[in-house]
Write a protein that binds this ligand. Structure first.
Ligand code: TYM
Length: 342
């Protein structure tokens, strides 16, 4: 990673919370997108541990999860020689800038955040950190003169808030921040739950049947695919409105196997009602094949994941923090100068 050299490549910044195991939605919406971006961009990928504590975490689990998120980055294909991987709490500028941006953000900005509305609105016991979490995310992004933020669809609104706060700060205190763009994948930006295709796949889902964890035993994952909710009918046709469950399974299949939706439709065209009578039932062959694709993906992923030692990962985080610290500190210094805090 040539962060300190002026190689004219735009900068990408993104992150994942170490709040539990990652799932296929995280992989397809975010990590797989990051891997593709490594050639054209200076990439910075963060493990956002301060975001994770907006919900109570067990200390032991959190320290393990921080390392596990890095292992998932590496197993996905993030190359630490080309991209920087670091831990948010290693760079104190994140929380400092978050405070400053808190003084720029308005209650009305944060009251609009749908993720907070879903998780905490109206509950007196909800943590202030959960409400404020998009401001810390804005600080993460703005410290690194970020051009592009690759995320899943659920984070788009937070990147929009980041743009609002950056513009407001620039207007009120003088130009410091670059205004970042959000990037979402055309396909895979919102992977839905296997048990309910109207809700996104989520690690906080009530049932483990909702998601495929990247660390699920492959046979268990195959069962989840077999048992996944389907739509009425038996046609393998992509229609997100009328057939949301099949559309979601087709998206997963397409992305994991590098096969277009059109090709999938063609492949299963003749396998409609006629084979619905077969013992596997309707959609049976399709699901069986998809289960095979998922098993193959997980096998490969987990072999790589398990090949990294904690020691190696800690070194990657240490090196990463050293690379990004000067950039973060320089931005924070400019911010403070403009505020009159020297
Ligand atoms: P987090 O940890 O909830 O999710 C990590 C990434 O996975 C994406 N994602 C999905 N994509 C498609 N389908 C799904 N079902 C799905 N579920 C999750 C998320 O959109 C995200 O890209 N606030 C962020 C972390 C963060 C961050 C940042 C991201 C903190 N600072 C700065 C970018 C830039 C979060 O909680 O993601």
């Amino acid at each position: 990673m040539e962060l300190n050299k002026n190689n004219n490549k735009p900068t990408v910044f993104s992150g994942v919370q170490p709040s539990g195991v990652l799932h296929l939605g995280n992989y397809l919406g975010a990590l797989a997108q990051w891997v593709e971006m490594q050639n054209q961009f200076n990439c910075i990928f963060c493990v956002v541990d301060y975001h994770a504590i907006t919900v109570k975490q067990e200390a032991k689990n959190l320290s393990e999860n921080i390392l596990n998120v890095v292992k998932a980055y590496l197993a996905s294909g993030i190359n630490p020689e080309r991209s920087v991987i670091f831990q948010q709490s290693d760079i104190t500028a994140h929380t400092e800038l978050a405070w400053i941006l808190n003084c720029v953000a308005r209650m009305s900005d944060l009251n609009k955040m749908t993720q907070f509305k879903e998780k905490g609105l109206g509950k007196e016991s909800v943590g202030v950190g959960l409400f404020d979490y998009p401001v810390l995310m804005a600080a993460d992004i703005l410290l690194y003169n970020t051009d592009a933020v690759p995320v899943g669809e659920d984070q788009v609104q937070h990147v929009e808030l980041t743009r609002t706060l950056a513009k407001r700060f620039n207007n009120e205190y003088g130009n410091v921040f670059k205004i970042p763009e959000v990037t979402v994948r055309k396909q895979g930006a919102r992977i839905m739950g296997l048990d309910d295709p109207t809700k996104k796949m989520s690690k906080s889902a009530a049932s483990a049947a909702n998601y495929i964890s990247l660390l699920d035993r492959p046979e268990a994952a195959a069962k989840k695919i077999t048992r996944a909710v389907t739509d009425s009918g038996s046609e393998i046709k992509y229609d997100a409105k009328k057939k949301p469950a099949i559309a979601n399974l087709m998206t997963i299949y397409s992305l994991l196997s590098n096969t277009s939706i059109k090709e999938l439709e063609a492949k299963y065209e003749d396998k409609g009602p006629a084979y619905a009578k077969a013992s596997a039932g309707k959609y049976g062959d399709f699901k069986k094949d998809l289960a095979g694709v998922v098993v193959e993906f997980l096998n490969e992923f987990q072999i790589k994941y398990n090949s990294f030692s904690d020691k190696e990962v800690k070194q990657i985080l240490k090196d990463g923090a050293e690379k990004v610290r000067p950039i973060a500190e320089a931005t924070l210094k400019n911010v403070k100068n403009n505020l009159g805090i020297n």
